[in-house]
Design a protein around this ligand. Structure first.
Ligand code: ITT
Length: 189
């Protein structure tokens, strides 16, 4: 197994990343170095800035994942403010904002950034879906009880089963894993 440090306060991110990592022989190890998040509308800019901050603290190769949900009827809100909105409004607050909205399309975005002191890389994954009319299920975390992935009827909260096959994090972490396996081979040559 190749070990990779993943700085996050969110144990769900680690669990999901490891479900993908094991396919590539990569094990993510959680370290907890919270980084000050810059204000930016792009997840990849926040992740790149954050990973450089963490690297400077630990001087070891590391990744971070900045993610969130983008709701079309709310002009993209909460987007990169998703953690703040979750804390202040929660899923019930988001559903209130969405009351009467006909267009319920939304997407989760995850930007994983890697830095080893020289090479900075970002990997972005997206999953399309819709906001449900009510909170359903208690699986997953965060906005999962109100997010119905496209092509499904249940929220990720009701049925987290397919999450790791199709999620934003599956895609961003998978792209990172593909890169890192090659990068390691190249380093060992
Ligand atoms: P770290 O910054 O320490 O990694 P965090 O949970 O604060 O942990 P973010 O700043 O990236 O992470 O905020 C992401 C927000 O989006 C947060 O409210 C999450 O609950 C939500 N979110 C991200 N991915 C999600 C997912 O797969 N399922 C449900 N909610 C998700």
């Amino acid at each position: 197994m190749i070990k990779v440090l993943f700085s996050t306060t969110n144990k769900h991110k680690i669990k999901e990343a490891n479900e993908t990592g094991k396919i590539y022989g990569i094990e993510f190890e959680q370290i907890n170095f919270p980084y000050p998040e810059i204000r930016d509308e792009k997840f990849e800019n926040i992740a790149s800035d954050g990973v450089k901050y963490v690297y400077e603290k630990i001087k070891r190769p590391v990744i971070v994942d900045d993610s969130g949900i983008v709701i079309d009827a709310l002009n993209g809100f909460p987007g990169t403010f998703s953690a703040y909105a979750e804390k202040k409004l929660g899923n019930s607050g988001i559903l209130k904002l969405m009351k009467g909205a006909e267009n319920r399309t939304a997407r989760y975005i995850s930007a994983v950034a890697f830095f080893d002191g020289k090479i900075l890389k970002t990997f972005v994954g997206t999953v399309e879906g819709e906001i449900s009319d009510e909170e359903r299920g208690s699986g997953g975390f965060g906005y999962d009880p109100v997010f119905i992935p496209a092509g499904y009827k249940e929220t990720f909260g009701e049925n987290p089963g397919p999450k790791n096959e199709i999620s934003h994090r599956r895609k961003s972490i998978e792209e990172f894993c593909k890169f890192y396996v090659k990068f390691k081979e190249y380093q060992e040559e």
